[in-house]
Structure formats: structure tokens, C-alpha cells
Design a binder for this molecule. Structure first.
Ligand code: ZN
Length: 135
């Protein structure tokens, strides 16, 4: 990932900020500048929406053959999570054993190291998810 793109996405990565269509109430993550339901009339009307980071696992898998830069994390768990506000996101589930994961499990987002650039040593942070045992 290039540095400019990384910095531009910091509000999204650090705070889980999506966008909400004030016309129909649909929430998008990553944020969109136009609602795919209301289309043209939503232009310039989308508002930032801070997401709770809480959601439910829709499906999950364990990655044993990782892409470059992620080899050191193998095996790791990926899941598609339906956030409580509506949007679905692909995220890594961390701090868990494979047997702990199930469709329907509740998760919450946490702020973690995502990757490290080999040459510059720049460490990238972002959101991951952990199982939420609070309810
Ligand atoms: Zn809309």
C-alpha cells in the first residue's frame, strides 16, 4: 500500500467511520459518496456515520497460505461480519482459536497492528475483530 493512500484512509481505519444516506437511512462502509439505493438524489447529502464496531459473523475461514506481507500471521482467521448498523465487512478475527468461531458469533472491533513495510519499517494499524463475550 502506498503511503498517501494509507494516510488518506486513516479516519476510516482508525475510527470505523462509514457514511449514511439521510434519505433512506442505509449505512455504508467503507463510506460512499452516493447511496446505491437513492442514487442521484443522494449526491452531496451523505453524512459521516461512526460505527459501533459490533457485529455478527456471517461466515468465516482460516487462512493457511497467506499473501506476501502476511506470512508471519499464518494461520489466521477471516470473517465476513455484518455490522449492527447494516454494512458487511471482511475482517480478521484475532485472539481466538479456530474452534471458537461460529456463524452468528458476536464480535467487536479492536485497534491492532495490521502490517509492517519491510523496507521502511512503517507499521500500519487498523481494525480487526475479537469475539465479544459481553452478551
Ligand atoms: Zn439512500
Amino acid at each position: 500500500m502506498t503511503i498517501p493512500r494509507f494516510w488518506r484512509e486513516i479516519p476510516i481505519r482508525y475510527n470505523l467511520v462509514g457514511s449514511k444516506c439521510p434519505l433512506c437511512g442505509t449505512v455504508f462502509f467503507p463510506p460512499k459518496e452516493i447511496c446505491k439505493i437513492c442514487r442521484r438524489v443522494s449526491i452531496d447529502q451523505m453524512i459521516p456515520e461512526k460505527l459501533s464496531g459490533r457485529g455478527t459473523i456471517l461466515t468465516h475461514t482460516t487462512v493457511h497460505e497467506a499473501p506476501t506481507d502476511f506470512e508471519s500471521q499464518v494461520p489466521y482467521h477471516l470473517a465476513i461480519i455484518e455490522l449492527d448498523e447494516g454494512p458487511s465487512v471482511l475482517g480478521q478475527i484475532t485472539d481466538c482459536m479456530n474452534g471458537d468461531l461460529a456463524i452468528g458469533s458476536r464480535v467487536r472491533s479492536v485497534f491492532r497492528r495490521v502490517s509492517e513495510d519491510g523496507v521502511s519499517g512503517t507499521i500500519h494499524y487498523g481494525y480487526k475483530f475479537v469475539l465479544d463475550h459481553s452478551r
